[in-house]
Design a protein around this ligand. Structure first.
Ligand code: C2E
Ligand code: MG
Ligand code: MG
Ligand code: MG
Length: 282
């Protein structure tokens, strides 16, 4: 009896695996198509400065986030295709597209908005991009093409990436040598701890939403945020609180001297024209 149930479970498992593989293959071929048919686009979420006096600096920066307008499925979020892009070798083309689009938009904002334009552009980086030996040169070229100063670009890497092997470390140092800055994304969710922060070549620590969402209600989470900000500050790094959704959360991270914040309270990610509106009406 138990054996039979095990067999049935096994078949169910194999079916699920097959469905997963088929779905993945669909996404992969659709994504290949998306890259040549311009179905990808970039949206921008404001990163605001949290001044100690309670004021908010709306032009501190933006984070570029990729979107996919699928002809049948509508707008697909990155969680459904970034990993497939990484596993199938499409992430290089995707990452190039995001970097080029974002730098072009950033340059246009400087022209259109003057001092109201965002001062910093953050772009997410994947492992495969860091594996490309020629990638730092691409970054340098794209900056030059758009008349951007290197310090206007911040590349976001995850903890597991930043703590990687020698080759990745080498590439991160090459990028820093160009003059771009690096941010550690989703801090607190990975394996590295506060005590290993000093080993990572990063300028900014982004505190993960899972801590920020309880900043106002949980003493434990508040203490972790406070410790992160203190350690980061002592290492000369800046901090950003991710996923701020309420005024109470904003007040709580501000009270911990976190320099910047990002989240639906301030704005959802916006298409470039909507970002222009958002910035001009603040
Ligand atoms: P991330 O880099 O940590 O980006 C922040 C994510 O949190 C975004 O999701 C953003 O829309 C969401 N978010 C921001 N504020 C709030 C909030 O107040 N509440 C909640 N619930 N969510 C908030 P998104 O755009 O779906 O992106 C998910 C992840 O996909 C990103 O996480 C990043 O790891 C990856 N990603 C996005 N664009 C790119 C890209 O161009 N290249 C690469 N390699 N990865 C990307
Ligand atoms: Mg990010
Ligand atoms: Mg993040
Ligand atoms: Mg995150």
């Amino acid at each position: 009896e138990a054996k039979r149930a095990g067999g049935a479970r096994c078949i169910a498992f194999e079916t699920a695996m097959r469905e997963r593989a088929a779905r993945r293959a669909d996404i992969e071929s659709d994504l290949r198509q998306a890259l040549v048919e311009d179905q990808l686009f970039v949206v921008y979420q404001p990163v605001v400065g949290l001044r100690p006096d309670g004021a908010t600096d709306h032009a501190a920066g933006v984070e570029a986030l990729v979107r996919w307008r699928h002809p049948v499925r509508g707008v697909v979020p990155p969680i459904e295709f970034i990993q497939v892009a990484e596993e199938s070798g499409l992430i290089g083309a995707l990452g190039d597209f995001v970097l080029r689009s974002a730098c072009r938009d950033f340059a246009a904002w400087q022209r259109d908005l003057g001092e109201r334009a965002p001062r910093l552009l953050a772009v997410n980086l994947s492992r495969a991009q860091l594996a490309e030996p020629g990638w730092p040169a691409v970054v340098r070229d794209v900056l030059a093409q758009n008349g951007m100063r290197p310090d206007q670009l911040q590349l976001e890497v995850t903890e597991s990436l930043a703590a990687q092997d020698q080759q990745v470390q080498q590439r991160l140092h090459e990028l820093k040598a160009i003059g771009v800055t690096l941010a550690l994304d989703d801090f607190g969710t990975g394996y590295s701890s506060l005590s290993s922060l000093h080993q990572l070549p990063v300028d900014t620590v982004k505190i993960d939403r899972s801590f920020v969402c309880q900043a106002d209600t949980s003493h434990h989470h508040r203490v972790l945020i406070e410790a992160t900000v203190k350690v980061a500050q002592s290492l000369g790094m800046s901090t950003v609180a991710e996923g701020i959704e309420t005024e109470a959360q904003a007040a709580a991270v501000r009270a911990q001297s976190c320099a910047k914040g990002q989240g639906y309270l301030f704005s959802r990610p916006l298409a470039s024209p909507d970002l222009l509106d958002w910035l001009t009406t603040r």
